[in-house]
Design a protein around this ligand. Structure first.
Ligand SMILES: NC(=O)C1=CN([C@@H]2O[C@H](COP(=O)(O)OP(=O)(O)OC[C@H]3O[C@@H](n4cnc5c(N)ncnc54)[C@H](O)[C@@H]3O)[C@@H](O)[C@H]2O)C=CC1
Ligand SMILES: O=P(O)(O)OC[C@H]1O[C@](O)(CO)[C@@H](O)[C@@H]1O
Length: 396
């Protein structure tokens, strides 16, 4: 049984490739980084260092690698694979579609019933639709119908955090990868065309949008807010930021609003989501991960788009009748981090929130407060309490 793992970077090596090897596949990594490809083929193993309280080193075996620039060999590997996975980053994903299509063509020219499942391991909403459209456009006409019948475009939710590896963390080994202990991979049960890999860490679930929204609106949202607030206070690392009791309270408040929304929308017990929040806050505190405010808070404008982690969570709350007060403050903190653009314009154009909407006026009030006293999070918490009280009115 062979799995082709497109991308031997942090997630490819640190999570998915390792998981597939442990499931029992021979894992063929595809990457354009010569050092990584040559070292995998020389050593046939690499150390995955699990950092944190239960730290240990796991050696990943039964692997080899193929040069991503040798597109003919990559296509042959895809043609004969039992499973395919990608974790190359969203911008590269588009560029590898011709190679994937060539692999599918070679496969289906021999046997159009030879199904293949592709695990999409990227941070991208509607990733299955994104790939479907592009693969359909690229495949030759004779295989456009085969695509519907024989390719499973399987969305996944990547919760494991893998930081950027510094030279010090690599300890002289280009393949060494530091990861946190969490290693579950929820996958979209309904999307598989072939058998679902049988391993306790691969968790099939339907409807999958629950996991995607939980990841984006609780995990990614909270992580971003931790980074923005950490940036304002001058912290370098995520664990330092979440260790600040004011930041923790603000982040947790936003997580609870998102969780109330998801609980209502998907009829999931709130207590289940609260356990997830507590686990995430514990994981954000892991000092051995050395995850930075810079990595987690990168590209704040992208993170402020209407369907992304902040505004998407806020709009979801509005739809479910949940007050998004902490989330309004979180958006204000993101706006405050962007110094080279006007907050009003960003609010209107990037977030598509009008300052006349109730949430728009809260966001701007928080923004002004941050401008006047940026590091005084204690007063922000008081302001949030007052706003909640005012909006909520009397409670019987
Ligand atoms: N690092 C993390 O904690 C998480 C990352 N993700 C997502 O996983 C995806 C991958 O992220 P990382 O592993 O962190 O990035 P990365 O940059 O470490 O890995 C990407 C790999 O793709 C390779 N690559 C680039 N062009 C290629 C090509 N044409 N052919 C073959 N390989 C090519 C690169 O050499 C690199 O090794 C992204 O979509 C990211 O958003 C999702 C959840 C967690
Ligand atoms: O890759 P983006 O969209 O900048 O988001 C960063 C987030 O993605 C992850 O790298 C993976 O979910 C998180 O660790 C982090 O919260």
């Amino acid at each position: 049984m062979k799995a082709v793992m497109y991308g031997a970077g942090n997630i490819g090596r640190g999570f998915i490739g390792a998981l597939l090897s442990q499931t029992g596949y021979e894992v063929v990594f595809v990457d354009v980084n010569d050092d990584v490809v040559n070292t995998i083929n020389r050593d046939k193993t690499y150390p995955q260092e699990i950092v944190g309280e239960n730290g240990k080193t796991v050696w990943i075996e039964n692997i080899r690698a193929v040069d991503g620039k040798d597109t003919s060999t990559v296509s042959d590997e895809i043609a004969s694979a039992n499973l395919l996975a990608t974790s190359v980053g969203v911008t590269v994903l588009e560029k590898i579609i011709p190679v994937i299509c060539e692999g599918l063509t070679r496969r289906w020219d021999k046997d159009p019933d030879n199904t293949l499942d592709l695990l999409i391991c990227e941070n991208l909403m509607d990733a299955n639709e994104f790939l479907y459209e592009r693969i359909k456009d690229t495949l030759p006409d004779r295989h456009k119908k085969t695509l519907d019948e024989s390719l499973g475009l399987v969305e996944t939710s990547i919760g494991r955090m893998v930081p950027v590896m510094t030279e010090a963390m690599k300890k002289g080994d280009p393949l060494r990868i530091c990861v946190e202990e969490y290693d579950y991979l929820p996958v979209d049960r309904a999307a598989f065309k072939g058998p679902i890999p049988d391993y306790e860490k691969i968790v099939p679930f339907s409807p999958f949008s629950f996991y995607l929204e939980r990841k984006l609106y609780i995990h990614n949202m909270a992580h971003a807010v931790t980074a923005f607030l950490g940036g304002i206070k001058g912290y370098t690392y995520i664990d330092e930021s979440i260790g600040d009791i004011y930041i923790r309270k603000l982040v947790e408040g936003a997580m609870i609003e998102s969780a109330m929304m998801i609980s209502k929308k998907y009829h999931v017990e709130f207590s289940e989501l609260k356990a997830h929040i507590d686990d995430l806050l514990f994981r954000f505190q892991n000092p051995d991960l050395h995850d930075t405010v810079e990595r987690v808070g990168r590209e704040p404008i992208r993170k402020l788009k209407p369907k992304d982690r902040l505004v998407g969570a806020l709009r979801g709350c509005e739809q479910e009748g949940i007050l998004p007060v902490y989330l309004s403050f979180s958006i204000a903190a993101a706006l405050y981090n962007i110094t080279d653009a006007s907050a009003h314009e960003l609010l209107n154009e990037t977030c598509q929130i009008s300052s006349d909407e109730p949430c728009g006026s809260y966001i701007m009030a928080f923004y002004e407060k941050l401008k006047n006293s940026p590091k005084d999070f204690a007063s922000i918490l008081k302001m949030i309490d007052r706003q909640y009280n005012e909006i909520r009115g009397p409670v019987i």
